[in-house]
Design a protein around this ligand. Structure first.
Ligand SMILES: [Zn+2]
Length: 454
């Protein structure tokens, strides 16, 4: 071992790297220095290394932290408020009336709840798109996670801005404020084709190009979206965005459900990254994204939960399981999306979808974002393949450690970067506020807004 000392030394029975060889080390160790992985190898190689903090995890599996590549994190405050309704009824009666009067306090509390849930279930980084995103960025900075944060941009006012010019100015200011931050990055996030105008999408494209930011948009989520786009613009959503120059290597689209061959070709030829949200797509009755076809064309696909109101979980273990099972069932083909491929989606694929390419893998020099599962949990023994257990058997509650940038944020029931007992005391306040806001008389709806998914 060429290093004499490190900040933190972790040892565990298994260390799953997700490196190029998908190496899994038995009796492995990993050292962390200044928030990055310093070295990985057999435990005996680390004899004599002085560590400020040593954690022998025993019968545990260390792997890269999972990455939630598409969510609306404050929507935890709406979880279970209304389910099993037609999409438009759900939105217009239960979600939009409350969102119109959202406050920074509610966004912050919802974000904290979401961060706690994700850390508890092994997610260390996520891509978000919501309203009042600055409050989310500040909250995530405080609780130690990583986020690619996009203020949802609409062609109508939001609680964060009065008009589209103000929306673009807001994103510009956010980008300036957070530029160079180690854990908080900014995206340009036009909400969807049906909540924007061509002019606004072009302005978003130009802003993302000028500031060199990722562009994150909902696209091709439902057949209704396609029908609306065909009637309004004469093209399917993917072709429409392509005609506006929106689709390139900087672009990540969420959903990609209603795709035809020509759409798949456009996405592949332009290096667009896709985020698959199987549980939300199932719950909202949107359909099944052609993920095997996307992967066959070489498109990078990450995995996301979407918001907690349409999932109703932010647990990527549940998402991995749903993803692996759904496509097998729909295509009547048990060889589709094997466990390794699905774990790749939740780590390496999602890292690409966040345009944060050094995440999703445990290797020297990479950010020290990792989790550990208790392998002695009922349901994970005996162990033949860690990939199989992670995708088909683990619930996420086996997670006993979550580390971001070398800092332990969660361990064995305790959160170290957020006050969870204090947060629990706020949930009555959240519930009363949401129920009051839902009853409030609303001004007339802004045209187009009724289609939005948040
Ligand atoms: Zn979404």
């Amino acid at each position: 071992m060429r290093y004499a000392s490190c900040d933190t030394l972790l040892t565990a029975y298994l260390l799953l790297t997700q490196d190029q060889d998908r190496a899994v080390l038995e009796n492995g160790a990993l050292s962390i220095s200044q928030g990055r992985i310093q070295a990985i190898g057999p435990r005996e190689d680390f004899a004599g290394v002085r560590a400020q903090h040593t954690l022998h995890l025993g019968n545990a599996l260390i792997l890269p932290g999972l990455i939630n590549a598409h969510t609306h994190i404050p929507m935890t405050i709406f979880r279970g408020l209304a389910d099993d309704l037609p999409l438009m009824t759900w939105l217009n009666r239960h979600i939009f009336p409350v969102e119109r009067s959202l406050t920074e306090e509610m966004v912050t509390l919802g974000c904290l709840l979401g961060c706690a849930e994700m850390l508890r279930c092994g997610t260390t980084a996520f891509a978000d798109m919501y309203l009042l995103e600055e409050a989310i960025m500040k909250t995530v900075e405080g609780c130690g996670m990583r986020v690619l944060a996009g203020e949802g941009i609409f062609s109508f006012p939001s609680p964060a801005y009065a008009d589209t010019a103000a929306a673009l100015d807001l994103v510009r200011a956010q980008a300036a404020r957070w530029r160079g931050h180690a854990r908080v990055r900014v995206a340009v996030a036009p909400h969807a084709v049906y909540t924007t105008t061509p002019e606004l999408l072009i302005a978003c494209r130009d802003l993302a190009g000028e500031l060199e930011l990722p562009l994150h948009i909902h696209l091709a989520e439902t057949r209704e979206e396609t029908a609306g786009c065909l009637s309004a613009a004469g093209r399917r959503p993917v072709a429409y965005c392509h005609s506006l120059g929106l689709l390139g290597r900087r672009t990540t689209i969420a959903h990609g459900v209603d795709l035809e061959d020509e759409d798949l070709d456009i996405l592949a030829e332009n290096g667009v990254r896709v985020v698959h949200n199987p549980r939300s797509n199932m719950k909202l009755g949107s359909g099944v994204a052609p993920v095997p076809d996307l992967l066959n064309r070489g498109v990078t696909v990450g995995l996301g939960t979407d918001g907690a109101a349409s999932n109703n979980s932010l647990n990527l273990f549940a998402e991995m399981s749903a993803c692996a099972l759904l496509h097998k069932a729909v295509h009547r083909d048990s060889t589709l999306l094997p466990a390794q491929t699905v774990l790749d989606m939740a780590t390496l694929g999602s890292a690409q979808a966040l345009h944060w390419e050094d995440l999703g893998v445990l290797a020297p020099g990479r950010p020290a974002d990792l989790i550990a599962l208790d392998l002695s949990s009922p349901g994970l023994q005996p162990l033949y393949s860690p990939f199989s257990h992670l995708v088909y058997a683990a619930s996420g509650l086996e997670v006993r450690l979550a580390v971001v940038e070398g800092r332990i944020l969660y361990q064995d029931g305790h959160f170290f970067s957020l006050d969870y007992p204090a947060l629990l005391k706020e949930t009555d306040k959240i519930r009363s506020w949401v129920l009051r806001a839902r009853r409030r008389k609303q001004p007339p709806r802004v045209s187009g807004r009724e289609d939005a998914d948040f």
